[in-house]
Design a protein around this ligand. Structure first.
Ligand code: ADP
Ligand code: MG
Ligand code: MG
Length: 902
């Protein structure tokens, strides 16, 4: 019999923080806090395994579950000296979702389960607080009808609204009619009537009665939490975050504690350090007389926890430190206990019931990139963590944010301010205003940068938030949904800009007398919380000395080198600034694309359209000085560092002139007529150019093309050597699948090398000869390839293309369907497919080394800048990864972490 239930609480706790896979993050940490002796209301966790079995059984509970639940409930009842469903002393519980990793607001939680016509009078008698009981009941009705009766049943509301919205509207209408500002102002009588009306509405709208049996409520809630794992929001969040579908969620059933029992009760959320800056100050928000969801939902502006948390929006509200000093001191102690125990910043939920503090959740808190860096360095300097832990604390992906733009402070001084809010997500961003998540997605698809402006965001907005350059909301605090999600993604975000009046119908945003429309440009400074008019200039984040220090420590652990993919001396310089240790891929053909490429491109075309060897040689001779000059300039910047120069790679037809003017020009240059040019161009047309006459194949047909390039490389080197430089060229042959191709090419290279030594009268001109491994066949016969190749560079873009048989230029039309249908959990062109492409690399490494033990191995595809792929490269034993300049810090950190973790 599988054990599905694990208890936690002051008396008996079965799990601990290491069991996140089984108990989910929330359950594992509740158990850990209970063991630490913190005041956790008793409860139990139903495992993620049970969730998976539930789905395997076609959304049915395993047979033994209900008995196990009943047993576990009895244990809670004993501890609490209360009884679930009892008419005098009723126990109420919450049913809380909790997956392995936190998915903020993506799944469901239901509070106050067990309230019904039998238990309501008892609870009123016991607490003497009728208002509280009906407030709790209306919350149960709202949550339960929405989550259990509608969403879990997959009912698509015909009117597009859904029961929750209807109930919220009823409550708002009541508040308006009676002039109540806050939920807490609603009278007991009105609350009671509201509950009755709610139940009537539910019956009308969903055609079923609201369940009045506690056991039915409990099992219904448990099933609904399981089902929320496969809810639409949770699914799209998992796609974005690459979370596997088979993790499942746990359900935590926990004794209710009530923050809504009056003025001595409260609820709040806190971070053990400031999640925006990383400052070592306790940070949080709380609400008096409220239940947990209220703080996150942004219903009222929450109070500041303490002085450190005061800001322009909440300065007038009393802090917990001021209002309940004793409880604040207790909470502060708990903060210290948790930090010392977890040795990381904690995000905690607490509730105060009539002067008693309870802990309801803790987890490692989401933070901005800046905060992550500062906390890691601070904790290391405080002796809380060691160097290795510090290096692993920064997710390589967030480096993007650290290095990414901020609003140029010089421009900001004179910019026109629109409104201020809370700085919820870091950095700066400009974009065009849109008012709905759908519009954000649509506009972004047509390559517009948008700022999603909302009253407040909810989990339904997730895709719009993702598409937007930044998010701006009128309501909500630093722990609101928008803030939490934005921070997790490192997205620029401002919340609680209360002066904004948003009209989603007319698509207008008003601040005072000023009006902004959809499509207007605004700029956000998410680090300060200020919104400006128009599109302000951005600036790269400064050379932060703390960041440099961090990277120096990280580099000391790294064993793989990090090189860069660049084609110009300018980019090479930028790459050196980011710490490149050489060039892993220099694409010769790029000199025919970029700026100043007109003339070389013309000469290349002339060469391509030449018919005889003589004609071609003339064109090659004219091209030669350009190729030599480009290579020489880059080798000079990278003096003393290896530079992998790839021989001409792309399909020739890419260079065939298309316009009449260009065609005529070539005709004149070759002394032939236009018709002949067209005829020769037509001959170059291929059905499958990607796997056509390109790469090494070109050099087999036209050895003079190889000869020209290699001579250019060696002459450039010879001349640099004569001026006292140390060029380290590595000649790389692309698109090979056979060792004879390498033998053939190597012979040419050797001849040219000898000729240049002679010509310049120099003793030595060191170089390496190698190949790209980008065709599966080449990987499989790597032992043979290594006879000639002194190095392999895995061209993982093409290797992925040819392993999957996916054309990388055409996947756009179907990749989303693969992801949506969970056929692939990631795009293999973004993250290396370790299963098959990775196997090919491992095979090539092993076989290549058999022939040549000291063979140099690297990767030069886009994957070289993807942290997960870098980790793989380390495990596969590669000597270096190569990536675009801006991704170098990411690759450096990922490589350091790979070395530490392996
Ligand atoms: P989420 O994962 O969305 O944060 P939670 O399960 O943490 O959902 O619950 C939502 C809110 O309800 C939180 O503020 C939490 O503290 C509160 N809550 C959950 N269980 C209880 C309980 N047993 N007693 C009081 N408040 C609770
Ligand atoms: Mg929570
Ligand atoms: Mg290629």
């Amino acid at each position: 019999m599988t054990k599905y239930i694990y208890e936690f609480g002051p008396k008996r706790t079965e799990g601990d923080a290491t069991q996140k896979n089984l108990l989910g993050g929330k359950g594992a940490n509740l158990a850990e806090m209970a063991t630490l002796g913190l005041p956790v209301p008793p409860g139990f966790t139903i495992s993620t395994e049970c969730c998976n079995h539930y789905f395997d059984l076609g959304k049915r509970f395993p047979d033994t579950l209900e008995v196990e639940v009943t047993c576990a409930m009895e244990n809670i009842e004993k501890q609490m000296d209360m009884k679930f469903g009892d008419k005098n002393n009723p126990l109420l519980v919450s049913c809380r979702s909790g997956a392995r990793s936190s998915m903020p607001g993506m799944m469901e939680t239901i509070l106050n389960v067990g309230l019904c016509s039998t238990t309501i009078p008892g609870l009123i008698a016991k607490t003497g607080n009728e208002w509280f009981v009906f407030d709790a009941y209306r919350r149960l009705i709202m949550m339960y009808s929405d989550v259990v009766m509608e969403k879990a049943e997959q009912i698509k509301p015909a009117d597009g609204m859904g029961i929750r919205l209807h109930l919220e509207m009823m409550m708002n209408n009541l508040k308006n009619d009676k002039g109540y500002d806050n939920d807490t102002d609603i009278s007991t009588e009105d609350m009671k009537t509201l509950c009755a009306r709610f139940k009537k509405k539910i019956h009308e709208y969903l055609n079923v009665e609201f369940p009045d049996d506690p056991q039915e409520q409990l099992m219904g809630a448990i099933g609904a939490v399981f089902k929320s794992w496969n809810g639409r929001r949770a699914l799209s969040y998992r796609r974005i975050e690459h979370i596997p579908d088979n993790w499942g969620t746990a359900v935590n059933v926990q004794t209710m504690v009530f923050g809504n029992m009056g003025e001595t009760s409260a609820t709040g959320v806190a971070f053990s350090r400031d999640p925006a800056t990383g400052n070592n100050t306790f940070y949080g928000e709380w609400l008096i007389n409220a239940q947990g969801e209220d703080v996150v939902a942004g219903i009222r502006t929450p109070n500041p926890l303490n002085n450190d948390t005061k800001n322009s929006q909440n300065r007038h509200l009393p802090s917990l430190e001021e209002a309940m000093p004793k409880l604040y001191a207790q909470l502060f102690d708990i903060r210290n206990i948790l930090e010392a125990h977890y040795r990381d910043m904690q995000d905690i939920e607490f509730t105060i019931q009539e002067g008693h503090l309870y802990m309801l959740q803790c987890r490692v808190g989401k933070r901005t990139a800046t905060a992550a860096l500062n906390m890691a360095m601070d904790m290391y300097e405080q002796g809380m963590i060691d160097e290795k832990t510090m290096v692993c604390r920064l997710d390589p992906k967030v480096l993007d944010d650290l290095l990414h733009p901020i609003v140029d402070p010089a421009v900001e001084k004179t910019a026109v301010k629109v409104v201020e809010g809370l700085p919820a997500g870091p950095g700066g961003a400009w974009g065009q205003i849109v008012f709905s998540s759908e519009d954000a997605v649509r506009w972004a698809k047509s390559d517009k940068r948008v700022i999603l402006v909302r009253e407040e965001t909810n989990p339904e907005d997730i895709e719009g938030m993702r598409s937007a350059a930044a998010v701006l909301t009128a309501r909500g605090g630093m722990t609101s949904h928008a803030a939490l999600v934005a921070r997790g993604w490192g997205k620029c975000c401002i919340v609680g800009a209360g002066a904004m009046k948003i009209n989603t119908e007319t698509k207008e945003l008003r601040v005072g007398s000023r009006v902004f429309h959809e499509g207007d440009f605004i700029t956000l400074n998410g680090t300060k919380g200020v919104v400006y008019e128009g599109r302000l200039k951005m600036k790269d984040a400064l050379e932060n000395p703390r960041f440099q220090q961090f990277m120096t420590i990280a580099d000391s652990f790294r064993t793989m080198e990090v090189r860069t993919n660049v084609d110009t001396p300018e980019d090479a310089k930028i790459a050196l600034g980011f710490g490149a240790q050489g060039i892993g891929l220099f694409r010769t053909e790029h000199m025919f694309y970029g700026s100043d490429s007109d003339h070389p491109l013309f000469l290349l075309r002339k060469m391509i359209l030449s018919k005889s060897k003589e004609e071609r040689q003339v064109a090659l001779d004219e091209l030669f000085p350009f190729v030599k000059q480009e290579i020489s300039a880059t080798l000079l910047v990278m003096d003393n560092l290896p530079v992998t120069l790839r021989l001409l790679d792309p399909p020739l037809h890419e260079f065939v002139p298309q316009s009449l003017e260009n065609q005529q020009e070539i005709a004149n240059a070759l002394g032939i007529d236009l018709e002949e040019v067209l005829k020769r161009s037509a001959l170059l047309k291929e059905s499958n150019p990607m796997i056509g006459h390109r790469g090494v194949r070109l050099g087999i047909t036209f050895p003079e093309i190889t000869r020209m390039q290699v001579t250019a490389i060696f002459e450039a080197c010879a001349e640099l050597i004569q001026t006292g430089k140390h060029p380290l060229p590595e000649i790389m042959v692309p698109v090979t699948c056979n060792e004879k191709e390498l033998e053939f090419t190597h012979k040419i290279v050797n001849e040219c090398h000898g000729a240049i030594l002679n010509k310049y009268g120099i003793q030595a001109l060191p170089y390496q000869f190698g190949t790209m491994i980008e065709i599966p066949r080449a990987a499989l016969i790597a032992d043979k390839m290594a006879k000639y190749a002194q190095f392999f560079s895995f061209g993982t873009n093409d290797l992925t293309q040819m392993t999957f048989g996916f054309s990388r230029d055409d996947i756009g039309s179907f990749m989303n369907d693969y992801i949506d249908n969970a056929i692939l959990s990631f795009d293999p062109f973004e993250t290396l497919d370790q299963e098959a492409v990775g196997s090919l690399i491992e095979i090539a490494v092993e076989r290549g080394r058999k022939t040549r033990p000291d063979i140099k191995l690297g990767i030069c595809g886009e994957h070289g800048g993807d942290p997960a792929s870098v980790m793989f490269c380390h495990r596969a034993g590669l000597s270096y990864v190569s990536c675009s300049p801006y991704r170098i810090p990411i690759a450096r950190l990922a490589a350091a972490q790979a070395a530490i973790l392996n």
